[in-house]
Design a protein around this ligand. Structure first.
Ligand code: ZN
Length: 182
């Protein structure tokens, strides 16, 4: 995923210029030469869950780009008007149709190269029946040995899964703050 950029003013539609504003700011911003609006780009929050049942986790095979056909945890961009855990629960319902009991916060992954922060909550599965939405080709449970480690869609998913299984082996779930640099 390429970092987002602004090409046209959201206020008046004129092509923006990229320069440091004259207001003491130190970063280059997209500035409208016509109406003066400064467009700030800040990281986006991606929210999701690690749905698990005993020693297995639920993964979804993506039926959409990017990373079509790769496996992922249910997660997506947080929407306006919802909390982090509400967003994570919504994505789990939309992508996997899984019945869950939301658990504690688990991992926080900063990805500065693409301006994203991925946040995962643990979620205990209440049923082994799934009803995946249109973005998911297949939803199924995997033990650690069965996880298609080379076929995972995102680094944040791989890093979260590794910590989940490590914690399970230790017998206690931790809280993980991870920086993904690439
Ligand atoms: Zn403008």
């Amino acid at each position: 995923m390429v970092p987002r950029s602004v090409k046209h003013c959201r206020n008046c539609g004129v092509a923006v210029e990229h320069r440091v504003p004259d207001d003491g700011d130190t970063r280059e911003r997209a500035i409208c030469p016509a109406c003066g609006t400064i467009h700030y780009l800040n990281p986006l929050l991606v929210v999701g869950t690690v749905p698990y049942l005993d020693d297995k986790v639920l993964l979804c095979k993506r039926a959409i780009e990017p990373r079509w056909g790769k496996w992922t945890l249910p997660a997506g961009f947080m929407e306006m008007g919802e909390t982090v855990s509400e967003g994570a629960a919504r994505e789990t319902d939309e992508e996997a149709g899984a019945q869950i009991e939301m658990g504690p916060f688990f991992s926080f992954m900063s990805i500065p190269s693409i301006g994203q922060v991925h946040v995962f909550f643990l979620a205990r599965l209440l049923s082994e029946r799934f009803d995946p939405g249109v973005e998911t080709a297949e939803a199924r449970l995997f033990t650690e040995a069965e996880v298609p480690w080379e076929e995972l869609a995102f680094t944040a998913v791989r890093e979260t899964l590794r910590r989940f299984f490590d914690d399970q082996r230790r017998g206690a779930y931790g809280v993980h703050d991870v920086d993904i640099r690439r």
